[in-house]
Ligand binder design. Structure first.
Ligand SMILES: [Cu+2]
Length: 851
């Protein structure tokens, strides 16, 4: 083949590889949308709608469109998941010139397959961008600047939080897409939440991006900055209490494997994903049962569905603070990067979260989720037997669990959400509340100053500062599939029974179980704590060897229900908290307990409304909804930051196994750590961004193909170079005609140089955490020198001039071939360094603080 044609072929192949690898579908149907997919969504939507300066179009939610459950299960149950996975689609909620648009986009056909305008109540999640834009608007708003000046404050020290305002019976026309901005004062503190500036009503219309209402009522005492600091570097002695360093020591490294988004640990296998609204999403959690030698289904899908945080102050500055955090602000969108060793212990594996910004451009929250093994010094099971003469037995197994964690900082509050898997088969959902209280300025510094009969709506926690009473309701959606989709919900009541007269006993009473299977939704709404009952999800089609229905029971945490009246507007919107537990039949559209459109919702699309349909739930694919509730009466210990307050619940196997599933677990070797000991697992592990792979592949191919081209061009030059027979002699001087090896040598030089420049400059500086480029530079220099010299010897050497000192020179056999070999080894060295470690490729967007 002619060398020119060969070069064209190489470049053509490269172009094909580039274009074909630009879109690689992920492997698992529940994998979160990748950077590439988000970009594709943006491109297709921008082409399909008149997006531009005169047509406001904003992305409010972009996520994976829930794949059809039956298709997912068919794929999942096929041997090695070989059958075709369900179509991969994105679900987009956008604001399109004042309307809410729902778009479903299919990736394989690269087409919009569904598009409709939402006509009901409520608005989509707020984007970070529009909240930031609204604060920038107000800080330049003249009446606001004047008010601040009137109070003798400095505008440059003001920061805002953005608050949704709920719904208080307004008609749909009156319910505009607006938010309220709440100003806080820095001036000597970074703990702005403890210095609110009250007495102002600032409303911003988000669609028009203008201040639609501004009122300044009064000046209220502002709490001082003194005592609000929480950074250790700024605090003064005395310090304490002193804690010794603690570490989980795993000399053999972590015991779990992360393959893409699939996590395997002990007897568990599950998929973990990130959603901008829910945060962590756990799917297809299965347990390996050694008795039957296979994985058994437990949880099809579990995640945060909604949070409800109503504050208990009905005055003008506070009445509207009744957040639906996940629906209003996005519990994933507000999630923060986790700090290695403090947010998550040594040995944790971190994963990034990728989501679409307001204009559809992908943004990343690095290390947004972590997975780690937890050894808290608990006992998994034990027994000491001392009753047998001459024999004492003690068997103890320490408890180790696997935790998937996310921290959502919704303004002042930090919510720690844990999904904890135990080898015994339990899954524990944990919610930790920490951060900063939301406070109200008052004139008092002591409880004795409070007027008789006056309600200050909270606790004086510092000078002029009241921590306002409030609730936290955190609702999980748990699509349990116990050994299959056909499940029932059993309320197993423990009933006090009088001993029958027929039995000769001095005992008057005992309790016994009265199981009742809930047939319809109304029978499965539970207010915890009212009676003694076990709540169990069973598979009535599967029984143990002893005839018990296999199941999972709910071990609930402290029971807290709503205290607002049923007809109060916030409670109508958050009616999903009316019961702690609900069971609904699986419905693909029933995901968000407060409604798909939570902001300014009117309570017509909540779990409470769906449940009113009273559908059949016996032997059906059912979903459990559980609300973790806290009534929070603030205390002085919550100031200036609050120690974590924890709650949660557990799903525990009940007659799921034939016996204790951890009976044969060997005792874990627990080692103590000493100074100077380097633990292998201490290294922070970072999950490679899977979406970075196509990009890495492109660079890989680029260098590989150019290296290969250089090799073949050198080889070709080797065969075509000037030979002794070409040499002419006029008696005095020598002459050599120009040869094809000259062109081939130049082409090889270009190829090897391009690959080297791209490899070293672009990749090594931009992507690699290595400086092992020295060897490639030596190789490269030798190769370039040989090829340059060789090529120039194949140029025309004219009479009287020759190549050097009027003498003609020929390239020795093997020089070009050796150069080709050197080119290949240079590229191989670069590729080796490349494979050594690839940094994530996505640009990290720094997110500003918001509420
Ligand atoms: Cu609280």
């Amino acid at each position: 083949m002619a060398p020119l044609h060969f070069t064209i072929l190489i470049i053509f192949s490269f172009v094909i590889v580039v274009s074909s690898s630009s879109f690689t579908p992920p492997r698992h149907p529940f994998d979160p949308l990748t950077e590439t997919e988000l970009k594709l969504v943006r491109t297709i939507i921008n082409k399909s709608y008149p997006v531009g300066p005169n047509h406001k179009f904003t992305f409010q939610y972009v996520g994976l469109n829930e794949p059809d459950k039956s298709l997912v299960l068919s794929w999942y149950s096929s041997p090695n998941h070989t059958i075709k996975p369900p179509p991969r689609q994105a679900f987009v909620i956008a604001r399109d010139n004042g309307k809410t648009r729902e778009i479903v986009l299919d990736f394989s056909s690269r087409a919009i397959v569904s598009d409709k305008i939402h006509v009901g109540n409520g608005y989509p999640m707020l984007s970070n961008d529009e909240q930031e834009a609204s604060t920038e608007l107000v800080v330049k708003f003249k009446p606001f600047i004047d008010s601040i000046a009137k109070r003798g404050l400095n505008v440059s020290e003001i920061v805002f939080t953005t608050s949704t305002i709920g719904w208080y019976g307004e008609t749909k026309a009156e319910t505009e897409r607006v938010i309220r901005l709440m100003p806080f004062y820095l001036d000597g503190t970074v703990n702005m939440y403890l210095r609110p500036i009250e007495g102002m009503t600032i409303i911003v219309n988000l669609d028009e991006m203008k201040v639609s209402e501004f009122k300044d009522r009064s000046t209220v005492t502002m709490p001082k900055a003194n005592g609000t600091e929480y950074r250790i570097s700024k605090l003064n002695p005395p310090f304490g209490p002193t804690l010794h360093n603690a570490v989980l020591l795993q000399p053999d490294g972590p015991g779990f494997k992360v393959d893409g988004h699939i996590v395997r640990w002990a007897n568990w296998e599950f998929h973990i994903s990130f959603d901008v609204r829910a945060g962590i999403v756990i799917s297809l959690a299965s347990l390996f049962d050694t008795d039957v030698n296979k994985y058994r289904q437990v949880l099809y899908k579990g995640h945060l569905s909604e949070m409800f945080i109503p504050y208990m102050d009905p005055t003008d500055d506070w009445y509207f603070i009744t957040y639906l955090d996940c629906g209003d602000f996005g519990c994933g969108q507000c999630a923060v990067s986790l700090q290695p060793y403090t947010d998550c212990p040594a040995g944790a594996v971190f994963m990034d979260g990728i989501f679409a910004g307001q204009d559809g451009t992908p943004a990343k929250i690095p290390k947004v989720m972590c997975i780690f093994e937890k050894y808290a010094g608990d006992i998994m099971w034990r027994h000491t037997e001392a009753e047998i003469p001459n024999l004492e037995i003690t068997e103890v197994r320490p408890d180790v669990s696997l935790v998937a964690r996310i921290v959502t900082t919704v303004g002042n509050y930090d919510y720690i959400v844990d999904y904890e898997f135990k080898p015994s088969g339990s899954i524990k959902m944990g919610v930790g509340l920490t951060g900063v209280l939301e406070v109200k300025p008052v004139e008092y510094i002591h409880t004795s100053e409070i007027k008789l009969g006056e309600d200050i709506h909270g606790t004086i926690v510092a000078d002029n500062t009241v921590g306002v009473n409030h609730d936290h309701f955190v609702t999980f959606r748990l699509d349990l599939d116990i050994d299959g989709t056909e499940n029932s919900f059993v309320r197993n009541e423990l009933v006090t029974t009088r001993s029958p007269k027929s039995v000769n006993t001095p005992r008057k009473t005992y309790w016994t179980t009265k199981p009742k299977t809930a047939k319809i939704e109304a029978e499965a709404r539970v207010k915890l704590g009212l009676k003694a009952e076990e709540l169990v999800v069973v598979n009535p089609n599967r029984k143990t060897k002893h005839g018990n229905e296999v199941g999972y029971r709910l071990l609930h945490g402290s029971a807290a229900g709503p205290l607002l009246a049923q007809d109060d507007f916030p409670q109508i919107r958050a009616a999903f908290t009316n019961y702690n537990v609900w069971i609904t039949p699986y419905n693909r559209s029933e995901v968000w307990a407060g409604g798909l459109y939570a902001d300014r919702s009117q309570g017509d699309d909540t779990l409470a409304v769906w449940s009113q349909r009273n559908r059949k739930i016996e032997k059906k694919d059912i979903v459990m909804w559980y609300t973790v509730g806290f009534h929070h009466v603030p205390s002085q210990e919550d100031y200036p930051t609050m120690p974590t307050l924890s709650g949660g619940f557990e799903l525990r196997p009940t007659n799921f196994f034939e016996r204790n599933p951890v009976l044969k677990t060997k005792p874990v070797k627990v080692t103590t750590a000493r100074k100077g000991f380097k633990n292998k697992s201490m290294e922070v592990q970072e999950q490679d961004n899977r979406d970075g792979r196509p990009k890495s592949f492109l660079f890989f191919m680029f260098i590989f193909l150019f290296g290969l081209a250089a090799f073949f061009l050198c080889l070709s030059a080797e065969f075509q170079k000037a030979k002794g027979k070409d040499l002419k002699w006029d008696g005095e001087s020598c002459y050599l005609p120009e040869n094809r090896a000259f062109g081939l040598g130049i082409a090889a030089l270009v190829c090897v140089s391009v690959a080297q420049i791209v490899g070293n400059v672009v990749i090594c500086r931009g992507f690699l955490k290595t400086d092992k480029t020295g060897t490639t530079l030596v190789n490269f220099s030798v190769a370039v020198t040989l090829i340059s010299v060789g090529a120039s010897m194949n140029r025309e050497q004219i009479y009287g001039k020759g190549w050097l000192n009027r003498e003609c020179y020929l390239v020795k056999d093997g020089v070009f071939a050796a150069s080709g070999f050197l080119s290949v080894t240079t590229m191989a060295a670069i590729l080796g360094a490349f494979a050594f470690k690839v940094k994530p490729s996505l640009q990290v967007l720094k997110l500003k603080i918001r509420v």
